[in-house]
Design a protein around this ligand. Structure first.
Ligand code: ATP
Length: 309
């Protein structure tokens, strides 16, 4: 089931929390939703899950509209809200039974679904404890279990790994990846490495506007634009190497790399690669090229550049 968001706007007082955004997420896609605090991520997710009514815009989940068919939309969506509000006095099993009933799971299927969720979310040892007695990570797992219990086609997860320990983070990421192959998933996170590891596509939002949308490679390339190589050339005179590199037509900038003997950073002109030319130059001059690596722009740098103002 696709998620289609068209011209979504939500204003609080005079502030536009979400400002005329449109995007589509396809079945089988895991979309990572990034943005600084207050960017509008939770507001967008709440609108998709019908927990918030926007002033304008249309949202569809498959053929169902959040404004016209909110009850149908809810049946097809699993939602893990930020801060994961849970009934702390209830034992895990009872809570899952309660949510199963809310989602209208047929009575004869409830037990089977609860057992499945306990297994998938690793709650076997905790299932009889009251939710309030669980560690934060296990509470997060209960939140995931309730989001998945009706086997929804669409999953909206607001910071799903917050509060988890490193082992649990890896398990939950793998779970999301596995689930994401068949479902449509949007997850928000502040951990960029997590989004890179889990998501097929990344969308960055800043001040209510989408400022980037693509794979992590697209985003890094878009920010970089120009190829940057780090090379090490031995057996040549440093200044001659430097000047010869600079003279190559495809090269825009050359710099020595501090603290690394015989190493240079070479930036190519727009949309050009200098790799072959550098290799040829070294062969012609009798120098030895011992290292050539493409310098990758980090997603952190892209994020900072797009959200600093
Ligand atoms: P975070 O990463 O901190 O969770 P976010 O990207 O999820 O942030 P939102 O929670 O969507 O951001 O908030 C977007 C903006 O809307 C913020 O400036 C916030 O203060 C404002 N906002 C959100 N909910 C309300 C509300 N109920 N009343 C007033 N303003 C609100």
């Amino acid at each position: 089931m696709d998620i289609i968001v068209e011209n979504l706007t939500k204003t609080y007082g005079s502030q536009k929390a979400v400002d005329d955004i449109s995007f589509r997420v396809k079945t089988g896609e895991v979309l990572g939703f990034l943005g600084p605090n207050g960017a509008g991520k939770t507001t967008t997710m709440k609108a998709i899950t019908t927990f918030l009514v926007p002033e304008s815009g249309n949202i569809s989940i498959g053929n169902f509209s959040t404004s016209r068919d909110p009850e149908e939309v809810k049946k097809h969506i699993g939602y893990l809200p930020e801060n994961n509000p849970l009934y702390t006095e209830m034992p895990v099993i009872d809570y899952l039974a309660y949510t199963a009933e809310l989602y209208g799971i047929p009575k004869d299927k409830v037990r089977e679904r609860i057992l499945e969720m306990v297994k998938v979310c690793g709650l076997e040892g905790e299932k009889h404890k009251n939710i309030g007695e669980l560690s934060k990570g296990y509470q997060q797992r209960v939140g995931l279990a309730q989001a998945l219990i009706h086997d929804p086609e669409v999953l909206i997860l607001d910071e799903p790994t917050s509060g988890l320990d490193p082992n649990q983070i890896i398990e939950i990421r793998e779970l999301i990846k596995r689930i994401g192959k068949e479902k449509t998933v949007i997850l928000s996170s502040h951990i960029l490495a997590e989004v890179e590891a889990t998501c097929d596509r990344i969308m960055i939002i800043n001040k209510g506007k989408i400022v980037a949308d693509g794979t992590s490679n697209d985003l890094r390339k878009g920010a970089q634009g120009k190829e940057i190589l780090q090379i090490t050339v031995e057996d040549g005179d440093k200044n001659e190497v430097f000047n010869s590199l600079k003279k190559l037509e495809c090269v825009e900038l050359v710099d020595f790399i501090d603290g690394k003997e015989n190493s240079y950073e070479v930036q190519s002109t727009q949309n050009k690669s200098s790799r072959r030319e550098i290799f040829k130059l070294c062969v012609d001059k009798g120098w030895t090229l011992t290292e050539m690596a493409v310098f990758e722009t980090k997603l952190e740098d892209v994020f900072r550049e797009l959200t600093m103002n």
